[in-house]
Design a binder for this molecule. Sequence first.
Ligand code: ATP
Ligand code: MG
Length: 250
Amino acid sequence: MVHESMVHDHTGPIPLSRDLAVEARHLTKAYDGHVVLRDFSLDMRPSEFVALLGRSGSGKSTFLRVLGALDGQVDGHVRVPQRRAIVFQDPRLMPWLPVLRNVTLGLPQTREVKERGLATLAEVGLERHANSWPRTLSGGEAQRVALARAMVREPQLLLLDEPFGALDALTRIRMHTLLQALYQRHRPAVLLVTHDVDEAILLADRILVLTEGQISLSVPVDLAPPRSRSDPRFAVLRRRLLTELGVDAD
Ligand SMILES: Nc1ncnc2c1ncn2[C@@H]1O[C@H](COP(=O)(O)OP(=O)(O)OP(=O)(O)O)[C@@H](O)[C@H]1O
Ligand SMILES: [Mg+2]
């Protein structure tokens, strides 16, 4: 596999085109002979917000791991930006580190990084919890810390694997608003894996459905903000996506 980054080293691999945030071509991935991604290709533009739907086991997380370079065993060609961040359903905080240290984990512990960490915590509304222990946070707060840990890296590509899947409905709505605000301010390219069709329609510029290792549907979301579930076009798109997912939409 070729896993290239947006390197500005002219002796290195060809840099990712400035017009693309993701260039994935002809990816094929199998586990023990079971093909998960089948000649799968996807381009994403910088600052494009793409939602990826698909039945359980269809290969969504596998693809995200490939983009995050967390899984090196894949045939094909991937180019992604150097600054990437990933958020999972589980916030994966280090229990022995206070919140701010979790946010700046892996970065040099300079004054500038600490200040950036605090500013990012303020962006997710948790500045007052900078010195708290992760175990004292609610599930929604912990996930906001995970978002801050991703955003503090100023990612050009933000990978989200069912980030709100474990949260209650009200917290999830608040997280949608927060993610939208972070996205508007920082404009990373976003790939959001979700099972929540409404979430995909509310947030994404484009929605993909992954079926048997390939994109079986790719639809732009042309609804002007603020998007509303009561918009008849919302319902039409929801029905189309649910049908593609093999769910009876009635
Ligand atoms: N490390 C692994 N070893 C073996 N098989 C794996 C491994 N990781 C994933 N798989 C298999 O690859 C397929 C796709 O898994 P993946 O986790 O990408 O699905 P998914 O679309 O994210 O599903 P879900 O919606 O349930 O999270 C599944 O059949 C899974 O069992
Ligand atoms: Mg998954």
